[in-house]
Ligand binder design. Structure first.
Ligand code: SF4
Length: 422
């Protein structure tokens, strides 16, 4: 488990001049009324589904409190709750929130970290909705998972909804049939990235499939190829393409599935020849990176080590020195010789935090314009104070629950991932 404690230098990230959207300087509550939307930040142009949970306004006392007051109230509530509470902070979460976290990591690390604190009745997940669902699936029946702002979804996860994936599956079954080959290979194995709803994790669990993270995607694809002729990979086309390409799968055998078109916009022959069918999804944060930024970094800092996340487009991964998960990036920086220079292609909060944690290196983000994950941004200390004080009073706001039958199937897919070894 890679976790860091909360003694983190606080950085001022958001000033109206330095961001992709000056609205980021406002409190997120400015966007928590009205129709569901991702708000300012990298996914502001993505369309939030109508079913996206609505947060609604939190009381004015939390919206108007100073940083100091919120800090005092959060620390007091934490102390009052003691061992009954564990706070989880995602790598991409803002520092003003992460500083209160007991564990910091990626979504799966955090769900597992919560397992080490089974005495904690309340798991407050300062991440996004699918992460809180995963924590609920893996936690005990006595634990309750709370997401401080219900509007903290994930635009990538929302790009693959259950009914579109079911429809895709029906079309593929009609095309391929459901009989395995003489060697026992199924026509297609569904593989989902961790960044998806619990319903989709359950879908892959029911259909002989598996979940992957950005750390183990190639191991998981190998697992799937041992059992199937093809893979249906969702929701992130880039992680699927980058991983399969590195494993030697030719690009022409990776058609894209557009859920709005019959056969995903493909002809039957290309789907028959396919090795990996890529869902048309992406992360708006990682889509911002491009090869020109890498060229600029190399010109300005000869010898710079460029590491990008595999959610970045293929051209970016190809132009970088390395691609790896958040955990990989952190470990690479920790192990580097003193005085190294890194250009990193991932979310800005994480990059700035790494720069503060490793002052012996020069670490900067490939994207010069600060544009954080819009949905992580929705969690602010005001929301954290609001949920913690409610818990102290014995109320449980914003609880995230996964129906038992969904959790059972999703757990099967997660257990297959844990059992898949290189
Ligand atoms: S960084 Fe991208 S994939 Fe991660 S939560 Fe934000 S939108 Fe979703």
């Amino acid at each position: 488990m890679s976790s860091i404690n909360s003694t983190i230098t606080r950085l001022t990230l958001i000033s109206p001049e330095s961001t992709c959207n000056t609205d980021l300087a406002k409190g997120p509550w400015a966007f928590d009324t009205g129709a569901p939307a991702y708000g300012p930040g990298s996914s502001e142009n993505d369309v939030a589904p109508a079913a996206t949970p609505r947060q609604g306004q939190i009381p004015a006392e939390y919206r108007q409190a100073s940083d100091e007051e919120l800090t005092g109230r959060i620390l007091a509530a934490k102390e009052a709750l003691g061992e009954r509470l564990v706070i989880l902070g995602h790598f991409y979460q803002r520092d003003e929130v992460v500083r209160f976290a007991d564990f910091v990591g990626d979504s799966f690390q955090l769900a597992n970290a919560a397992l080490t604190r089974q005495e904690a009745e309340y798991i407050v997940f300062c991440g996004v909705h699918f992460m809180a669902e995963t924590a609920d699936i893996l936690s005990t029946d006595e634990q309750q998972v709370i997401l401080p702002n219900l509007a903290a979804g994930c635009s990538m996860a929302d790009m693959a909804d259950e009914s579109s994936v079911e429809e895709c599956w029906e079309q593929l079954m009609e095309l391929y049939g459901d009989e395995p080959t003489a060697e026992g290979l199924a026509p297609v194995i569904p593989v989902t990235y961790m960044n998806c709803s619990a319903a989709l994790k359950a879908f892959v669990g029911r259909h002989g499939g598996i979940v992957c993270t950005s750390s183990n995607a190639s191991t998981v694809l190998e697992w799937a190829f041992e059992r199937g002729q093809r893979v249906l990979f969702f929701p992130d086309q880039h992680l699927g393409r980058n991983t399969a390409k590195a494993m030697g799968v030719p690009l022409e055998l990776m058609p894209m599935w557009n859920p709005r078109k019959p056969l995903g916009g493909n002809d039957a022959a290309s789907l028959t020849d396919a090795r990996v069918i890529l869902w048309h999804g992406f992360c708006s944060v990682h889509k911002r990176f491009n090869p020109a930024q890498i060229e600029r970094a190399r010109a300005e800092f000869p010898g710079v080590r460029v590491i990008v996340h595999p959610e970045c487009p293929m051209e970016v991964v190809d132009a970088a020195d390395e691609a790896g998960s958040t955990d990989y990036i952190q470990k690479a920086i920790a192990a580097a010789p003193h005085g190294s220079t890194f250009a990193i292609g991932t979310e800005i909060n994480m990059v700035n935090r790494l720069a503060a944690q490793y002052p012996q290196h020069h670490i900067f983000c490939l994207d010069p314009v600060i544009c954080p994950c819009s949905t992580m941004y929705r969690i602010h200390p005001g929301y954290l104070a609001w949920v913690l004080e409610a818990l102290v009073r014995g109320e449980v706001p914003n609880r995230i629950t996964v129906a038992p039958e969904v959790a059972t199937d999703a757990r099967i897919a997660l257990e297959r991932m844990l059992a898949a070894r290189p």
